[in-house]
Ligand binder design. Structure first.
Ligand code: CUA
Ligand code: CA
Length: 601
C-alpha cells in the first residue's frame, strides 16, 4: 500500500507513468516464425466472430464494432444530435431526449437470461445528464429512456444477470443533497449522499433508490440475483481531492436484494418525489460495507459467479471478495473484511478486471500502462499460504497507453471464452498520424487464447469509448432485423396527404425510390408544420433521406420506417426538400418543393 500522503504521491505516480511510457518502443509479444496476425484477419467479404458494443463517452453515442476486425459498423445515437439519422431532430427522438442533446455514455451492458446475453436489449448510462437509455438490439436503436432523480454522476450501470434481467442498477458517483433544490446548508458536504437506483428493465421506471452517505462508483451484479455491488472511493465524504484520498481503505458496498424486496414489501422507506428511498447507510440491514484499499474503481464478477474483484486505483492491489461468504457477512457471522480472500499485488493503477473463463483475471493498470494476467486460485492460495518469491501474476503486456476499461470476449457472462481482450487506452501518443491537439484513443485488440497475451491490432477511436462488451455473433445476428414493420409507427404513411387544421399543417408523405409521394407543399409563413415521412420501399438497405433546405432538418428513413418532424415555417420562400441518401440512379431528382408564402400575400 502506498503512502498516505495521498495527493502528491498520486500525482507523482501519474506523471511517472506518463513519462515512462512516452518514449518506449512499441513492444510486440510475437512468437517467432509465423505471423500472429494471420489467424485473426477478417478477409474482404468475411464476417466478424463477435459484436462489440462500445460506449462513446462524451460523444453521447454507442458504437457497434466487429471483432476481431475492429471495423466500426454503426454509431447508435443516444444522447447526441445525429445529423444523419435525424436523432435529436425528429419528434420521436426528441420525446426521448427531454430537450438535452449532450450526454456521456460510460457503460453498455446487455440484458441477460440465466447469466448470459439474451440479445434483446442494451442499457447505457448518461453520466452528464443522469439518464438511462435502453437500446433494442433488433433495430439497434434507442427505444426507451429515463431520467434518474436525486443523483449526479450516474456512472456504474449493470443489469440483473439471473434468472433474467428484471432490474438494472445505477450508481451516483457524485454525492449531493438528496433533494437538491438550492435550499439548506448547501456547502455542508456531510449532508450529501449517493443513491443505488433500481430500475425496472421492462417498464423503464425507477423501482426504488437505496441511499448511502458514501459515493457509489462502478457497479456489478452477481450471477444469482441476490446481490449488487458498488465501489466507493469517497468513503471519507470529502468534497476535495485530498479529502477523498485521506483514508487507506474505502469500500465495496454490497446491496442485498432479498432484504431490499422485503423492505419495499414492508413499506420500510420514505417516499421522495414518488420514489421509495431506502436507507442503505453503513449499519443498515440492506447493505454490507467491505473495506478495500484506497479509492477503488472497477468491480467485476468472475464468470463462475464466485468472486468480485475490486481494484484500488491508489493501491497496487486487487481485492478478491468471495461472494459465497456474503450471506455470513449479512447474518453478522463474519466481519466484512473477512470476505476478502486474496489481495495480490499486481501493479500500479489497477482499474478494471476481466476474465478468460479458465480461472485467469486480466486487470488494466492505468499507471503501468499494462494488462496484467493473474490466476485467481493462485492468488487465494498465496494469501492463505504466502510463499517467498511466489506471485499469482502469470503474464504482463504493455499497452499504448494509459488503459482504462478492459474486456474479454463474453467475459461478463457465464460463457466467457477467453479468445480476445480489448484494452481501451486513453492516450495514443505516437501510434497514429497526427490529427491535431485532440488525438484519437487507441483501442488495442489482444489475443488471450494462449499462455501469453499477444497484441494483434491498434484501432483508433474518437473520444472517448469507456467500456465495451464483446458478444458472440450467434447471440445477436438472428435477432437483428433488415426491415421494421410499417405498423411499428402508429402514423405510418401509405398515402400522401396535406391536412390543415387552423395554422397547423400535417404533411404525410411517402418516400419510394426515386420519388416522394408529393411534388410540392404550400404553407403560410408562421404555420406549424409537421412532416410525417414513411419509406415505403421494402428492399433491405434502401434508405431515403429527407432534408429541408435552410430549415435545419435532416433525417433518414430506412425501409418501412416512419419519422416525423415539427417546426414553424418561419422563413418565407421556395425551398427544396431532397433525398440525402443515395437510393437510385435518379436519387438527385428525388426532391419536392416546400413553398412558404410570406405573410399578407
Ligand atoms: Cu431516395 Cu436518394
Ligand atoms: Ca478514498
Amino acid at each position: 500500500m502506498i503512502s498516505s500522503h495521498p495527493l502528491t504521491t498520486w500525482i507523482a505516480f501519474v506523471a511517472a507513468g506518463l513519462s515512462l511510457n512516452c518514449g518506449a518502443p512499441p513492444p510486440m509479444n510475437t512468437s517467432e516464425g509465423e505471423s500472429p496476425y494471420a489467424a485473426h484477419e477478417v478477409a474482404p467479404g468475411e464476417l466478424d466472430e463477435y459484436y462489440g458494443f462500445q460506449s462513446g463517452g462524451q460523444s453521447g453515442e454507442v458504437r457497434v464494432i466487429g471483432i476481431p476486425s475492429m471495423r466500426i459498423f454503426k454509431r447508435i445515437p443516444v444522447w447526441n444530435l445525429d445529423s444523419a439519422s435525424g436523432w435529436g431532430i425528429t419528434n420521436e427522438s426528441k420525446s426521448m431526449m427531454g430537450g438535452k442533446v449532450v450526454g456521456d455514455t460510460h457503460h453498455v451492458h446487455g440484458s441477460y437470461v440465466d447469466g448470459t446475453y439474451d440479445g434483446k436489449w442494451l442499457f447505457v448510462n448518461d453520466k452528464a445528464n443522469n439518464r438511462l437509455a435502453r437500446i433494442r438490439i433488433d433495430q439497434m436503436k434507442v427505444d426507451a429512456t429515463l431520467e434518474i432523480p436525486h443523483t449526479q454522476g450516474t456512472h456504474g450501470t449493470f443489469p440483473q444477470r439471473a434468472p433474467k434481467t428484471e432490474w438494472v442498477i445505477l450508481n451516483s458517483e457524485f454525492r449531493t443533497p438528496l433533494v437538491n433544490d438550492g435550499r439548506g446548508a448547501l456547502l455542508d458536504e456531510s449532508t450529501y449522499g449517493g443513491v443505488h437506483t433500481i430500475v425496472n428493465a421492462e417498464t423503464m421506471k425507477v423501482v426504488a433508490q437505496v441511499q448511502t452517505m458514501v459515493n457509489l462508483d462502478l457497479a456489478a451484479t452477481d450471477y444469482n440475483g441476490k446481490f449488487s455491488f458498488a465501489t466507493s472511493y469517497n468513503s471519507e465524504g470529502g468534497a476535495t481531492i485530498s479529502e477523498m484520498l485521506a483514508s487507506d481503505l474505502d469500500y465495496l458496498v454490497v446491496f442485498n436484494w432479498d432484504r431490499i424486496k422485503e423492505a419495499l414489501a414492508g413499506n420500510a422507506y420514505q417516499t421522495v418525489d414518488g420514489i421509495p428511498i431506502l436507507d442503505g447507510s453503513e449499519g443498515s440491514s440492506l447493505t454490507a460495507y467491505i473495506p478495500v484499499p484506497k479509492n477503488p474503481h472497477g468491480v467485476n464478477v468472475s464468470p463462475d459467479g464466485n468472486y468480485a474483484v475490486v481494484s484500488g486505483k491508489v493501491s497496487p492491489t486487487a481485492s478478491v471478495i468471495d461472494i459465497s461468504k456474503l450471506d455470513d457477512v449479512f447474518a453478522g457471522n463474519l466481519e466484512p473484511r473477512e470476505a476478502v480472500v486474496a489481495e495480490p499485488e499486481i501493479g500500479l493503477g489497477p482499474l478494471h478486471t476481466t476474465y478468460d473463463g479458465r480461472g485467469n483475471a486480466y486487470t488494466s493498470l492505468f499507471i503501468d500502462s499494462q494488462e496484467v494476467k493473474w490466476n485467481l486460485q493462485r492468488a487465494i492460495e498465496l494469501q492463505a499460504n504466502p510463499q517467498e518469491g511466489q506471485t499469482a501474476v502469470v503474464d504482463r503486456l504493455d499497452v499504448h497507453y494509459q488503459v482504462g476499461h478492459t474486456m474479454a470476449s463474453m467475459a461478463e457472462t457465464n460463457e466467457a471464452d477467453g479468445r480476445y481482450l480489448i484494452s481501451l487506452n486513453k492516450i495514443s501518443k505516437d501510434r497514429f498520424l497526427n490529427v491535431g491537439p485532440l488525438k484519437p484513443e487507441n483501442d488495442q485488440l489482444i489475443d488471450i487464447s494462449g499462455d501469453s497475451m499477444v497484441l494483434l491490432k491498434d484501432e483508433s477511436a474518437y473520444v472517448e469509448p469507456h467500456d465495451i462488451i464483446i458478444v458472440r455473433r450467434d447471440i445477436i445476428e438472428d435477432k437483428v432485423l433488415h426491415r421494421v414493420r410499417l405498423e411499428d409507427h402508429p402514423e405510418a404513411v401509405t398515402e400522401s396527404s396535406v391536412v390543415r387544421d387552423g395554422n397547423k399543417v400535417t404533411v404525410r408523405v411517402t418516400a419510394t425510390a426515386p420519388m416522394y409521394g408529393l411534388q410540392e407543399v404550400v404553407v403560410n409563413e408562421g404555420d406549424e408544420v409537421t412532416y410525417i415521412v414513411t419509406n415505403t420501399d421494402e428492399i433491405p438497405d434502401l434508405s431515403h433521406g429527407f432534408a429541408i433546405s435552410n430549415y435545419n432538418i435532416q433525417l433518414i428513413v430506412s425501409p418501412f420506417e416512419t419519422k416525423s418532424v415539427t417546426f414553424i415555417a418561419d422563413k418565407p420562400g421556395v425551398y427544396w426538400i431532397y433525398c440525402t441518401t443515395f437510393c437510385h440512379a435518379l436519387h438527385l431528382e428525388m426532391r419536392m418543393r416546400f413553398v412558404v408564402r410570406a405573410q399578407g400575400t
